[in-house]
Design a protein around this ligand. Structure first.
Ligand code: MN
Ligand code: MN
Length: 485
């Protein structure tokens, strides 16, 4: 391999005709908008459900009987969503599932966050997911989420997104006084308890904690939030501001939350465009992947099983075995991102087997750490079928293992989906600076993800027209045999 490992592999840009290149740029306009307005899992579900409803998808709970060709959407607890297009074949033959996650690393507010110190009002946080803490200092932060009042009223917050709105921030230590800090290990220099966000500095009339009291009064006045209400809230500090084009050629997208909203958005648009698939297609969007797919909105719960059971029930099939049978016969693309080779850190990558930005949709046979531990490890039969599907549909794709062996590792939802016996393959977009407040992807890869997911949901497992003739021939030969003997 040379220094430029990427050059030895097909590049998605060079494989596209001019019209398709334009289509890729246009597609990414929508993606940038999505990333700019969607900063939490709840906002993702709201966006998806609204778009699906606008495009004629019917709510699953409003439907009694399902029929082929029907377009349905489903939401659960405001943090899980699915778009379903019913196929011509019975559900017992399995579904084509694309599963992505819509939660992202961030800083969650604690249940009692507000306090005053040294004339400043601050909010205590507890980080969510795998972050490099130093990346969250000295940047503008927006506050998104919900506060639920004891009477059930839900107050939605989105503060800090428009250019003239206020933002919050977490201060970093000035270099002049950071001599001791700079000698610490990177992972230990910033403490989790040090991630307190600055929320005010002007004292009010109160004798005790005048700054904090002023902020508490503002919260009540502006949003109707009492201090105790933080106990029943989900408030997330996320990088403020819109997604941006990156590069003089505007070939890349820079934004917070592309892991894994890049796979969510591309599979969402693909699902919206499906037309009478042979097998039932499902684009599923789940929560809690970043903390181990736990909780009742994560994929370790019964979300998929319950959804299949409900679909079967509404198609007149009530046996429990039918649920198992359908799950076992299904195929899934675990749509999650991979790391793009970063020329600033060549020491952690193995260029023959890692993915490059711009080289298309990444197919990852296994993830894991310390000897593939925790990986689902896709079956080669399924991989072969996906190769054929992508090659036949003009999808530029590449293989991608996560870095060098024993350098680190990671996991996806694949292992939890594999429990049902269905075929699962990790398949997503290469990201530069994954989990950082400003992740970067290639617009060509984003477009290839959309094409790949669409081909999979529309036609995976469908009998190709070209193969129909040889099969008929085989049947005739068999039928002829007895005559000859
Ligand atoms: Mn992910
Ligand atoms: Mn992640």
């Amino acid at each position: 391999m040379t220094e430029n490992g990427a050059e030895l592999k097909p590049n998605a840009w060079t494989r596209m005709e001019e019209a398709e290149t334009q289509a890729a740029y246009d597609f990414n306009e929508g993606y940038l908008n999505f990333l700019s307005v969607v900063k939490t899992e709840r906002e993702a579900v709201d966006y998806m459900a609204q778009l699906a409803a606008e495009q004629g998808f019917k709510k699953l709970s409003d439907i009694d009987t399902i029929i082929p060709g029907q377009k349905i959407f489903f939401t659960d607890k405001g943090k899980v969503c699915a778009l379903i297009v019913i196929g011509e074949e019975p559900l017992a033959n399995g579904v084509n599932l694309v599963a992505s996650h819509i939660d992202c690393p961030r800083l969650d507010l604690k249940g009692r966050p507000l306090y005053e110190a040294d004339g400043q009002a601050l909010l205590k946080t507890h980080y969510y997911g795998g972050i490099k803490k130093y990346q969250w200092l000295a940047i503008p932060l927006a506050l998104h989420g919900v506060v639920v009042k004891p009477d059930g009223q839900i107050i939605r917050l989105s503060v800090g997104e428009s250019a003239d709105d206020l933002v919050l921030t977490i201060s970093d230590l000035l270099p002049h006084l950071a001599k001791d800090q700079m000698e610490k290990k990177l992972g230990e220099a910033i403490k989790g308890e040090g991630l307190n966000a600055l929320v005010g500095s002007r004292p009010g009339e109160a004798e005790r904690d005048p700054v904090k009291t002023m902020i508490a009064e503002l919260l009540k006045e502006r949003y109707g939030i009492e201090e105790d209400d933080f106990t029943s809230a989900e408030l997330e500090l996320v990088p403020a501001g819109p997604a941006r084009d990156v590069g003089l050629d505007r070939s890349m997208v820079g934004a917070y939350g592309q892991d894994d909203r890049v796979c969510a958005y591309t599979s969402l648009i693909a699902a919206l465009e499906l037309d009478k698939p042979q097998r039932t297609a499902i684009a599923l969007f789940v929560d809690k992947e970043e903390i181990g797919s736990t909780g009742n909105t994560g994929l370790q719960s019964m979300i998929i099983e319950n959804l299949i059971a409900e679909l079967l029930h509404k198609s007149g099939e009530t046996s429990y075995f039918a649920v198992r049978k359908s799950l076992m016969a299904s195929h899934c693309l675990s749509a999650d991102v991979n790391s793009a080779v970063d020329p600033n850190y060549p020491e952690v990558f193995e260029k023959m087997n890692n993915s490059f930005m711009g080289n298309g949709l990444v197919v990852t046979k296994y993830t894991g750490a310390r000897g593939k531990s925790g990986s689902s490890d896709a079956n080669p039969e399924f991989l072969a079928a996906i190769r054929q599907l992508f090659d036949g549909n003009g999808v530029t794709w590449q293989v991608g293992e996560l870095g060098k062996v024993d350098i680190g590792g990671g996991g996806t939802v694949a292992q939890y989906i594999a429990r049902y016996g269905m075929e699962v393959l990790d398949c997503g977009v290469a990201v530069l600076g994954m989990h950082s407040p400003f992740e970067v992807t290639s617009k060509a890869d984003v477009y290839m993800a959309y094409k790949g997911y669409k081909a999979f949901m529309q036609s995976f497992g469908a009998v190709p027209v070209k193969e129909a003739k040889p099969r008929a021939k085989t049947t005739r030969t068999r039928a002829a045999k007895p005559k000859r003997s």
